[in-house]
Structures are given as structure tokens and as C-alpha cells.
Design a protein around this ligand. Structure first.
Ligand code: HEM
Ligand SMILES: *[C@@H]1O[C@H](CO)[C@@H](O)[C@H](O)[C@H]1NC(C)=O
Ligand SMILES: *[C@@H]1O[C@H](CO)[C@@H](O)[C@H](O)[C@H]1NC(C)=O
Ligand SMILES: CC(=O)N[C@H]1CO[C@H](CO)[C@@H](O)[C@@H]1O
Length: 326
């Protein structure tokens, strides 16, 4: 009798763990017939990456945006007239088609098993690997959210002070060290002139450039981003030309040299709250490992809102009978 009760308790425990969405390494092992889920995602990302290496940055950023809005639940993928996709910070998030391709291959192999949120997490990891950042193990077992609302997108702004940004990360359960590692995501990818023009010509309404910017960098950037606001060219976030698309510590070395592009990135290297962390990462030799750990921690932001395994990543399963999206 006792054993039955114990077994029952364990069973209930397992169900509860599953309901609360506990993540584990290798969750999909032997869960998709003969298909290796992680390998399938990797091959899709690799094929896309060979056509367009800039997709790596887009996938890493997608995971960040997904996790910071209602946890990592693929809500960023849902279509809808006022879904997260339509929120301003999402305007330049790309890579949806990579997730869709992996999803359709996996649905053919094993229907209703692999969540879109997990595909994003795996694809972000693969993007890091393909960009030279090493391979970290990714936790899986997420489910997909039912709701996506632009009005709930409350991502930190590149104009935030370091202290505001620390608060935003702490709200997500990430500490200041995690934040500085995760900002290392900016070791790849680009931003656009519209987000940095003020630093070149009229910083905080002073009619002068941002005094924290290296003069040689400013000279270069005014060529790429003239004052005319109709120009919105892309600018590498990591200003070391030899590693602008490599995941490594060069981003930290650049911001120490006052060659940060986003105001917050630059401030992180100068603010007493973060500058020692930046300096130590810049000279560390375990960045890939620590960055991977920080990504795993970010990937574990999960809320308890209702979830499912979506059939198609851009629409909830019962989309025809409810009004969550509009
Ligand atoms: C305070 C936190 C953060 C702020 C304010 C921020 C802000 C930004 C901004 C403004 C852009 C440029 C968008 C554009 O011009 O189109 C950007 C790009 C990017 N962000 Fe962040 N970000 C933050 C944290 C992160 C984190 C945690 C990651 C990932 C670990 C990340 C990864 C990226 C990547 C890879 C890009 C380049 C995207 C591309 O080239 O397509 N960011 N970020
Ligand atoms: C931040 O979190 C990491 C990982 O969970 C931990 O190793 C580190 O000690 C924490 N740092 C601070 C400053 O709390
Ligand atoms: C600069 O001036 C504009 C227009 O007056 C104002 O909206 C904005 O808040 C100011 N920005 C800063 C950083 O003071
Ligand atoms: C890539 C993507 O889906 N971007 C969308 C962001 O939001 C605008 C609307 O404001 C859409 O037009 C874009 O398609």
C-alpha cells in the first residue's frame, strides 16, 4: 500500500514537474522516432547560415526578445495585428523562416512533440556555435504560449542607464554578471543609424557628440550615418572588423576602447556598477563557456501562463476559435 502511495506521489510529482515546465538537457532524446531533434535544428540553421551568416545574430536576438517577454514561450513568433511581432523593438528581428523550416521538418518526423520555443533556443545555440562561440548544451522541454501582445513588450532600451538595465534584467531573475555576459550577444550583428545618430551629432540635446565615443570611431561613423535621418544604414555592434561576426571577447575590448555603438553598451564599460565585470571578461579565456551558461539561464525564464505545443509556430492551435491574438 505504502509503495503504491509512493509510486502515486512520484507520478503526481512528475506530472507537476511537467506542468510547471521543468527544463532538462536532452529532453528530446528518443522522443521523435528515429529523428535526432537537436541535430535536425542544427542542420537547418547551418544551411541558412551558409547562405547568409548574418542570420546568426538574428537568431540570437530572437531568443533574447522571446525570453524577455512572458518567458521563453515563442510568443514572438505569433502572427496577429497587435502581436509582439508588431512592437517597435521587433521591427528588425529576423529569422522566422529558419524556425518555421525546422518546425515543419520536425512535425513531419513526430507530430506535436517539439515546441517552437525550444526550436528558438536550439537555433540560438547553433547560431552561436556557427559564429565561433563554441557549443553549449541547451535545455529543452519548453511549451509555447497562447498569447502574444505588442502592448506587453517591455524590452530594455539602448538608451537605458546601466542601473535601469540591471533592474530590467533582475526582474527576469538575471543578475548584473549575467547581464554583462548576455550583452556579449552584441559581439555579432548590427544596429542601424537611427539608433545611434544622436550620439554623433546631438547627444542628449547638447548639440555635441557623445563625449564617451572614441574620436576615430565617430569620424568613421559620420561617413556611414550622415545627419540626414532618411539614411538608416547598418553598423556593426562589434567594431573590431576582424571579428564583427565572431562570438568572442572583442566586443568587450572595443567598449573598453570607447568604441561601443549602442549608448548602453558603451556605458557598461564605464559605469562603476559594471566596468570591473567588463574588464575581467575582456581578458578572460572562458567567455564561450560563461556566455553559454548565461544563455541557458536566460533560456530558463518560464512563466506559468497556459501553454501548448503549437502545430505551426506563427499561430496557436485553437486560433480559429478564440481571440487571444486580437
Ligand atoms: C539591455 C539589453 C539590450 C538592449 C538595450 C539591446 C538593444 C539592441 C539594439 C537596439 C539592437 C539593434 C537593433 C537594430 O538596429 O535593428 C540590438 C541588436 C542585437 N542584439 Fe541586443 N540588446 C540587449 C540585449 C541583448 C541580449 C541579451 C542579446 C543576446 C544574448 C542581444 C543580442 C543582439 C544581437 C545578436 C543583435 C544583432 C541583431 C542582428 O544583427 O540582426 N541583445 N540589440
Ligand atoms: C549571478 O548568477 C550567476 C549564475 O547563476 C552566479 O554564478 C553568480 O555568482 C551571480 N553573481 C552575482 C553578482 O550575484
Ligand atoms: C531632447 O529634446 C527633445 C525635444 O525637446 C525631448 O523630447 C527629449 O526628451 C530631450 N532628450 C533628452 C535626453 O533630454
Ligand atoms: C519580421 C517581422 O515580422 N516584422 C514585422 C514587425 O512589425 C511590422 C508592423 O509594425 C510588420 O510589418 C513586420 O512584418
Amino acid at each position: 500500500m505504502k509503495m503504491v502511495a509512493a509510486a502515486f506521489a512520484i507520478a503526481i510529482g512528475l506530472i507537476l514537474v511537467n506542468l510547471t515546465g521543468a527544463l532538462e538537457f536532452g529532453f528530446y532524446k528518443n522522443k521523435c522516432m528515429l529523428t535526432d531533434v537537436e541535430d535536425t535544428v542544427f542542420r537547418v540553421v547551418q544551411r541558412r547560415f551558409r547562405q547568409d551568416p548574418t542570420i546568426a545574430a538574428a537568431l540570437v536576438r530572437m531568443h533574447f526578445h522571446d525570453c524577455f517577454v512572458n518567458g521563453c514561450d515563442a510568443s514572438i513568433l505569433l502572427d496577429g495585428s497587435s502581436s509582439e511581432k508588431t512592437a517597435t523593438p521587433n521591427l528588425s528581428v529576423r529569422g522566422y523562416e529558419v524556425i518555421d523550416e525546422a518546425k515543419s521538418i520536425l512535425e513531419r518526423a513526430c507530430e506535436g512533440v517539439v515546441s517552437c520555443a525550444d526550436i528558438i533556443a536550439m537555433a540560438a545555440r547553433d547560431a552561436v556555435t556557427l559564429s565561433g562561440g563554441g557549443r553549449y548544451n541547451v535545455e529543452t522541454g519548453r511549451k509555447d504560449g497562447l498569447e502574444s501582445l505588442a502592448s506587453k513588450v517591455d524590452l530594455p532600451s539602448p538608451k537605458f542607464s546601466v542601473s535601469q538595465s540591471i533592474d530590467a534584467f533582475e526582474k527576469q531573475g538575471l543578475n548584473v554578471t549575467d547581464m554583462v555576459y548576455l550583452l556579449g550577444g552584441h559581439t555579432i550583428g548590427v544596429t542601424h543609424c537611427s539608433l545611434l545618430r544622436d550620439r554623433l551629432y546631438n547627444f542628449e540635446n547638447t548639440t555635441k557628440p557623445d563625449p564617451t565615443m572614441d574620436q576615430a570611431l565617430r569620424d568613421k561613423l559620420i561617413e556611414i550615418c550622415p545627419q540626414d535621418p532618411s539614411n538608416n544604414a547598418a553598423v556593426n555592434l562589434d567594431q573590431d572588423p576582424s571579428s564583427a561576426f565572431k562570438v568572442d571577447t572583442s566586443f568587450y575590448k572595443q567598449i573598453i576602447l570607447r568604441r561601443g555603438i549602442l549608448q548602453l553598451d558603451q556605458a557598461t564599460a564605464l559605469d562603476p556598477l559594471t566596468k570591473d565585470i567588463v574588464a575581467s571578461i575582456a581578458n578572460s579565456n572562458d567567455f564561450n563557456f560563461k556566455f553559454g551558461q548565461a544563455m541557458v539561464k536566460m533560456g530558463a525564464i518560464i512563466t506559468d501562463s497556459p501553454k501548448e505545443i503549437r502545430k505551426s509556430c506563427s499561430v496557436i492551435n485553437s486560433a480559429s476559435t478564440n481571440n487571444f491574438l486580437f
